[in-house]
Structure formats: C-alpha cells, structure tokens
Design a protein around this ligand. Structure first.
Ligand code: PEP
Length: 253
C-alpha cells in the first residue's frame, strides 16, 4: 500500500525568518495520519537550518536539484553527499524550470538521479509536457523520453527508491490544473511503463501530481488510483495552504 507524499517546492523564495515561521506552522499542523508523508524543499542556503528546525518533526527536507558530480571543481554546484550531510533525504531532479531555463537535458537529469541515489537520497524525477507538445499529440513521447533516460541509466529497480512527479508544464504556476482524469491518464501510463519492466516496483512507486495543486482541487486529484500526492509550488509557501493539501491526502485513508 503506497503512502501519500505531499512535497513543497519553495523555488527561489523565503528568508531565514519566513522559513522559520513556515516550517513551524507545517510541523505544528501536520496531519496525524500515518498515510501521509510531508517534505519541504527550500533553497540551498536554508537547507541545513530548516533540517535542524524540523529534526524530529517527521517532516522531511529535500533539495531542488543536485549536481551529477560527486565533488571537485564545479563552481556553484552542490554534491548529493553534501545534501545528506546537512540532513536532506530527497532531491528533486529534472524540474521543468531547470530543463527549460537552465537547459538541463534528459541525460543530465538521469546523471543527477543516479548521483542522488548513490548518495542515499530519494530522487524525485519530474516529467511533463508543454502545452504545444500536448496539442501536437506528443505528450506520451515526451514523457517516455524523460522517463526512459533514467530507466536506461539506473534501471527499473532504482524506482524502488525514487519518486516520480508528473508536472504538465502548462499547469505549473499558471493556475491551470490538469483535470483529475487528465492527470490519472498520464499517471497510469507512467505506472504501466514501469509495470512492463517490474510489476512490484511499479506497484510501490509514488507518482505525484504537480501543477497549480491547491487545497480545493487536491481531493479530486488524490482520489485517482495512480495519484499518490503532490509536488506543490505556490501553495507550499503558506503553512495553511500546504496543510490543506496534506489534509486532502490524509482524508483518502
Ligand atoms: C512546481 O513548480 O513544481 C509546481 C507544481 O508549482 P505550482 O504548484 O505553483 O504550479
């Protein structure tokens, strides 16, 4: 039985004072349900302090990206081992903003995924199509290419220790949400692709939905059989908004 995961991607937002208030609110209001895991992904400078503040709270901390390199002369980069060193247990890889704004390729994302795994982090692999790709009938091909790069690099068994996030690019930060049926269709496709390789891994992997997910649309998404939680951007920046999504997951019990 898969648990729900509700993960906050804070992007480049926050300050020491605002983060303290946010994480204290999240920790205090965390649903009692054993069926929901919570994760926050602050910007790099705040990872250590947020992890320390959340220590013992049951709320996990992750990074928004990670270097594919284990260390050395890579100015500005952060190695997976450094993230575990400061208390992170997850790393997002392949977020669409990094694929488009930073030009990360699927091969690079696959290398980051492998680096995260080998340091003991749980990678959250983001996949998703743009509106143009969806309208051109390329949605499945785009998602398969993003997924297959990681399957080729790390093997299906790696998804026994990883999470997938389906994030239609057209729904991120736009207020447009995929309908529960649209999201379920893609989630089912992703799980079926893994099922063809390893049914037990496919049955266990958490597949999150991301894209303008909020307290009011989360219940309809989370009731879908292949949606196991959310990767939340805007609504992760205020504790009550984030907790409303966590409660929607808890209500699925
Ligand atoms: C995201 O960036 O991962 C995201 C889902 O953002 P938002 O919830 O703001 O659409």
């Amino acid at each position: 039985m898969r648990k729900f995961l509700v993960a906050g991607n804070w992007k480049m937002n926050g300050s020491a004072a605002a983060n303290a208030e946010l994480v204290d609110g999240i920790a205090a209001g965390k649903p009692a349900s054993d069926n929901v895991e919570l994760l926050v992904c602050p910007p790099f400078p705040y990872l250590a302090s947020v992890a320390e503040r959340l220590s013992g709270s049951g709320v996990a901390v992750g990074a928004q990206t990670v270097s594919e390199h284990a260390g050395g002369a890579f100015t500005g980069e952060t190695a997976a081992g450094m993230l575990t060193d400061v208390g992170c247990t997850y790393a997002i890889v392949g977020h669409s903003e990094r694929r488009t704004l930073m030009g990360e390729t699927s091969a690079q994302v696959a290398a980051k995924f492998a680096a995260a795994l080998s340091a003991g982090l749980t990678p959250i692999l983001c996949v998703g199509e743009t509106l143009e790709e969806r309208e051109a009938g390329q949605m499945v091909a785009v998602i398969d290419e993003q997924l297959d790069a990681v399957l080729d690099g790390s093997g299906v068994e790696a998804f026994g220790r990883a999470v997938i996030a389906y994030e239609p690019v057209w729904a991120i930060g736009t207020g447009l949400t995929a309908t529960p049926e649209q999201a379920q269709e893609v989630h089912r496709h992703i799980r079926a692709r893994l099922e063809a390789l390893d049914a037990s891994v496919a049955a266990g992997v958490q597949i999150l939905y991301g894209g303008s997910c909020k307290g009011d649309n989360a219940p309809g998404l989370f009731v879908q059989p292949d949606i196991d939680g959310g990767l939340i951007g805007g609504a992760s920046l205020k504790a009550p908004d984030f907790l409303a999504i966590a409660e929607a997951a808890a209500a699925q019990n």
